[in-house]
Ligand binder design. Structure first.
Ligand SMILES: Cc1cc2nc3c(=O)[nH]c(=O)nc-3n(C[C@H](O)[C@H](O)[C@H](O)COP(=O)(O)O)c2cc1C
Ligand SMILES: CCCCCCC(=O)C(=O)O
Length: 340
């Protein structure tokens, strides 16, 4: 079993089945969920020999913020389903690992409380049916110290997951952690009329740089940047939205080529090892985001588990960089990828 599979099994053992299924599942037949992991494996590396790798530095910057490694925490909903300390534990584990948390609109803990215990963090924005709710959330996030917004663009409707058999109960207090005044629940659903124009709207509201998450095409990435985005996150939502969508590793080169350095490119989906991190950087990503592994760490050991997942990924990244002949993140360049 891979270290990731071992961790996943540990989480399965401690989580109620509906919660595990909600976290682990993908949409439809889970084709894209499976494709994500396979596509990283298909990227072969061309290691350099006879390079001085006696010291390897995995640190880098993301939108100007220094992080200990190019590995960030993806936005994920409802961490209190995994652990009573929820997003507070995730924020603590993330900052002690020197990483950066992207806090979900669907956080089950108040934004301001997370901000107090967090290192650098970004806020993930879903545009909700009642846009005044979104306005309030992003302005609160900016006031609480978020350094960027991540607008998720791939969720006009939530993907249908067969593993969700309707038995997942989200406690009202978790659902409403940041939506106390909500009376009509439908108003807190994702809006299905979000467009490129909303990038400028969010920038103006918050005064923050905006990344667009869920981009899988070069033309969309270009339009995001033209509309004012500072970059994009290449993502298929961890295989939870359009099943059959291209794997993230397959989409990344098209997006990187289209942007030609006009914005920072991040990627997520199936990143499970230092090999995958190095593959992503070599294909042009600034950093990766990891999702489910962080939830498994949180479920099994709280903040310490989140920290462990991130530091093990960092250490593995350093090891893979050394064996590939790259002493710094800048040295992880396109020539490391083998093209048949
Ligand atoms: C349980 C769960 C909840 C998620 N919630 C959100 C969310 O609230 N907002 C969002 O933009 N993406 C959300 N995502 C998608 C992640 O941000 C990310 O794209 C994906 O998990 C990365 O794939 P990985 O889990 O294979 O690493 C969620 C993913 C999972 C597994
Ligand atoms: C009941 C609201 C579900 C929000 C969707 C969170 C998400 O992006 C995901 O589960 O994936």
């Amino acid at each position: 079993m891979t270290p990731y599979a071992v961790l996943e099994e540990r989480a399965r053992a401690v989580l109620p089945e509906p919660v595990f299924d909600y976290y682990a599942g993908g949409s439809g037949d889970e084709e894209t969920l499976a494709a994500n992991a396979r596509a990283w494996s298909a990227v072969r590396l061309r290691p350099r020999v006879l390079r001085d790798v006696s010291r390897v530095d995995t640190s880098t910057t993301v939108l100007g913020t220094r992080v200990s490694a190019p590995v960030l925490v993806a936005p994920m909903a409802f961490h209190r389903l995994a652990h009573p300390s929820g997003e507070l534990a995730t924020a603590e584990g993330t900052s002690t690992a020197g990483s950066l948390l992207v806090l979900s609109t669907r956080s089950s803990t108040r934004i301001e409380s997370v901000a107090k215990v967090s290192g650098p963090w970004w806020f993930q924005a879903y545009v909700l049916q009642d846009r005044s709710l979104t306005k309030d959330l992003v302005q609160r996030a900016a006031a609480a110290g978020a350094r960027a917004l991540v607008l998720t663009g791939d969720t006009p409707y939530v993907g249908r997951k067969r593993r969700d058999r309707g038995s997942l109960a989200i406690p009202d207090e978790d659902f409403r952690a940041n939506l106390e005044r909500l009376t009509d629940l439908t108003l807190a659903e994702q809006a299905s009329n979000v467009t490129f124009d909303d990038i400028g709207w969010l920038r103006e509201l918050s005064g923050l740089p905006v990344l667009v998450k869920g981009v899988l095409r070069g033309d969309d990435a270009s339009r995001c940047v033209q509309a004012g985005a500072t970059g994009v996150v290449v993502s298929n939502h961890g295989g939870r939205q359009l099943d059959g969508a291209v794997a993230s590793a397959e989409a990344l080169p098209e997006v990187v080529n289209a942007l030609e350095g006009r914005g920072e490119v991040f990627v997520d989906g199936g990143v499970r090892s230092g090999r995958d991190v190095v593959r992503a950087l070599a294909l042009g990503a600034r950093a990766v985001l990891v999702g489910r592994p962080v939830l498994w760490g949180l479920a099994t050991e709280g903040a310490a588990g989140v920290r462990r997942v991130l530091t093990e990924l960092q250490e593995d990244t350093a090891h893979v960089m050394a064996l590939a002949g790259a002493a710094t993140v800048a040295e992880v360049s396109a020539d490391l990828v083998w093209t048949p």
